[in-house]
Ligand binder design. Structure first.
Ligand code: FPP
Length: 249
């Protein structure tokens, strides 16, 4: 008999420790589309239902923070038609899902170099962020036009400015001081990183924050990722022995 997701979730809850923060590199939309002899944009569109699935799954499982890598700074180099399709999808996604996100208690944050978004995408994002700001059940970080090295460079610039102005003693800079200048300032670090489509890379995602995350790589292509796969990753996470460089008793 095949396990149904609700049974898996009940088992996960019994065992206890659900990760507080799950980060996902959503990969494989292009290959998924190619396998169906369809254009890449069709794969991205199909990826939207997987986004809906993991948000619902995360809310059900009691995950506090969900970080999705939707568009990297490097993605701006893709053909203009694909970039345009992704921007349009973002506007469509927000327009279509904002009510439900608000209703479910999801607080949406959009993190990255947002100055580069199209005016329509920037407006859509601003609205959903503002509208869902009071929610606290699940924080959904959508990373758009994001690169981790760029994020760290921005943090370094901010620290340098503060030091140059005399507001910050360079000797007083700690890991916490740096974390507080990142886009994710008030989020705990991810406990679990999921990457779909089998690629074994971090791809410039949350380089600082993933220092102690458990990695879960699945061959499933993003449009096929459902809450069943999410719960499978949570079960695997619960079997891991997180030592943070120490030894277990
Ligand atoms: C990676 O697949 C995926 C992306 C670059 C875009 C992710 C976008 C979505 C899941 C849909 C929109 C989501 C929101 C929140 C609006 P790829 O194109 O690199 O796939 P490939 O490696 O198979 O070519």
């Amino acid at each position: 008999m095949r396990a149904n997701p609700q049974d898996t979730l009940a088992r996960i809850r019994e065992r206890g420790a659900v990760p507080r923060h799950v980060a996902i590199i959503m990969d494989g939309n292009g290959r998924w589309a190619r396998g169906r002899l369809m254009p890449r944009a069709f794969g991205h569109r199909s990826g939207m239902s997987a986004v809906r699935e993991v948000i619902e799954g995360a809310v059900e499982a009691g995950i506090g923070y969900l970080s999705l890598f939707a568009f990297s700074r490097e993605n701006w180099e893709r053909p203009a038609s694909e970039v345009e399709a992704l921007m349009d999808l973002l506007v469509e996604y927000v327009g279509r899902e904002a009510d439900e996100l608000a209703e479910k208690g999801v607080q949406v944050r959009v993190l990255g170099d947002l100055a580069r978004l199209t005016p329509a995408a920037a407006a859509a994002v601003r609205e959903v962020v503002q509208r869902t700001a009071p929610n606290a059940r699940l924080v959904l970080n959508l990373f758009i036009s994001y690169g981790a090295r760029d994020e760290i460079v921005r943090a370094a610039r901010a620290l340098a400015r503060e030091a140059a102005s005399g507001a910050l003693d360079p000797e007083a800079i700690t890991e916490e001081t740096v974390s507080a200048r990142l886009y994710t300032a008030d989020c705990p670090d991810p406990d679990l990183l999921i990457r779909t489509s089998g690629e074994q890379r971090i791809s410039n995602f949350l380089l600082w924050q993933l220092a102690y995350a458990e990695l879960f790589i699945t061959p499933v292509l993003w449009p096929d990722f459902t809450r069943k796969e999410l719960y499978g990753a949570l079960e695997e996470f619960q079997k891991r022995d997180r030592r943070y460089g120490r030894v277990t008793a």
